[in-house]
Ligand binder design. Structure first.
Ligand code: ADP
Length: 436
């Protein structure tokens, strides 16, 4: 140790103080030694001078050694504090170490020969402790910061949940309010088209039909938004009853047939079920079929659409809807099942729609305990396969369902298919197709 060290020796016993002083001065070290005999004189010197070491006797009267150790900490005076003790009073030294002293030595160990090494070791120990304390404080601060951030995130999450609830409520209210006038527009245009309300000219008939068709489109759109809002807020109601799925398929095909014929598309159906009765909600089953069939018609410009129903096993039935349409690239397989996602999101897109249909039916199928599989290839066609239990297992019929519809991935499995041909279907089913 080259620099001149400032050392304070605190001991009420003058003989012992001098013994330490002598050992220090005789050691081969450059030092300035200060002496104090009690608590107050040592504190007053410690407040004025910055020491390199303090040697403190373990037993100043009236526990003043402990008071001094505590005070140093309290006043923020940082100095390596060496306790000098005797073997019989070791426990006091340990107490002082616990209160913040750096190290203790027996007085018998102190000599001019040992002091240089003692000072070096104490300084090293003190520096290590200081570093450890600093790291600990940093860590505590970081932890506090993290806790604050976590609280902030929790608070933001709560706000998001609240905002999403408000949005769903708003959507539900607004679509509910829109349905009443839409139903009136549809109802009155249907009445106008009835001959008993008077003969319309061809031009008038054409106009009323347009009002009717646009009204129906708008009502479908409003219904989709309403379903979405209900699914998001967990307020969608399900019925479960015995129904004939072949009838629902027939009715749904009737709904899309006119549009398919306008586009010169062939529709094929193959109901390969031993038992066509299932237990499910007829409205929701129709919705699933209608969405997939309308999409197939919408996204197919030439060729055919096939609907196939078969038993996968005793408890599951499989509905497959296959088209020779524009197809979907594999990178969009997941997206299109998310709410408001369409392959073409541009303003000038060719195909109309909200991008809600698949998100809704994917949620419905999941609630039913089934899954939707998608196979598709761009420019070739798509196959949507829906597996649903023959009997949906819902808790009490008036229960409402919540589904994470906004992030709806998960129940579709993605593959690419080679060109779907009628012969593929023949191969799978082996039954003649009924043409519509
Ligand atoms: P929408 O039809 O109202 O746009 P959907 O959720 O039903 O919403 O479908 C999302 C998107 O998935 C469509 O916009 C389309 O890009 C794609 N898609 C769905 N079905 C087909 C299909 N049969 N062929 C090609 N693309 C399809």
């Amino acid at each position: 140790m080259e620099e001149k060290l400032k050392i304070l020796v605190v001991d009420n016993n003058e003989v012992e103080r001098i013994a330490v002083y002598l050992a220090l001065t005789e050691a081969d070290i450059q030092i300035d030694v200060y002496q104090a005999k009690d608590l107050s004189s040592s504190l007053s010197v410690l407040e004025r001078i910055r020491f390199d070491f303090v040697f403190l006797d373990h037993s100043l009267p009236e526990q003043d050694s402990l008071t001094l150790t505590n005070k140093l900490k309290f006043l923020g005076i940082k100095v390596p504090l060496v306790i000098l003790t005797i073997p019989e009073k070791e426990e006091i030294a340990v107490k002082l170490i616990n209160a913040g002293a750096t190290e203790y030595f027996f007085k018998s160990e102190i000599s001019s020969a040992t002091l240089p090494m003692i000072l070096r070791n104490v300084r090293r120990l003190y520096q290590t402790e200081t570093k450890a304390n600093f790291a600990y404080q940093q860590l505590t601060r970081k932890n506090q910061e993290l806790e604050q951030q976590q609280q902030q995130i929790q608070w933001q999450n709560l706000q998001l949940v609240e905002a999403s609830k408000l949005k769903s409520q708003f959507l539900a209210t607004i679509s509910h309010e829109l349905r009443t006038p839409m139903n009136a527009i549809i109802g009155f245009s249907q009445l106008l088209l009835r001959p008993k309300f008077g003969q319309l000219t061809d031009k008038q008939t054409d106009m009323v039909e347009r009002i009717l068709n646009n009204g129906k489109d708008l009502l479908n759109l409003v219904n989709e938004v309403l379903d979405f809002a209900k699914l998001e807020s967990g307020k969608l109601e399900f019925r479960s009853e015995i129904l004939d799925i072949s009838q629902i398929v027939d009715n749904t095909l009737t709904e899309v047939r006119t549009l398919a014929e306008t586009k010169n598309l062939s529709l094929f159906v193959d109901i390969n079920l031993e038992n066509t009765l299932i237990i499910n909600d007829p409205v929701r089953v129709r919705q699933i079929l209608l969405n997939l069939l309308s999409n197939a018609v919408k996204f197919t410009n030439a060729g055919s659409i096939w609907v196939e129903l078969k038993e996968q096993n005793q408890d599951m039935i499989t509905i497959t809807i296959r088209d020779t349409g524009i197809g979907i690239s594999s990178q969009n397989f997941q997206n299109i099942f998310e709410a408001f996602r369409q392959v073409d999101q541009g303003i000038n897109r060719q195909y109309s729609g909200t991008g809600l249909g698949l998100a809704i039916i994917n949620s419905l199928v999941r609630i039913m305990g089934g899954k939707i599989l998608l196979e598709s290839q761009l420019g070739v066609g798509s196959v949507f396969t829906v597996d649903i239990p023959r009997q949906i297992n819902l808790p009490p019929s008036d229960l409402q369902y919540s589904s994470n519809i906004s992030n709806n991935g998960g129940s579709c499995y993605n593959h690419t298919i080679s060109n779907p041909k009628p012969s593929d279907l023949n191969h799978v089913v082996g039954n003649p197709h009924i043409k519509f």
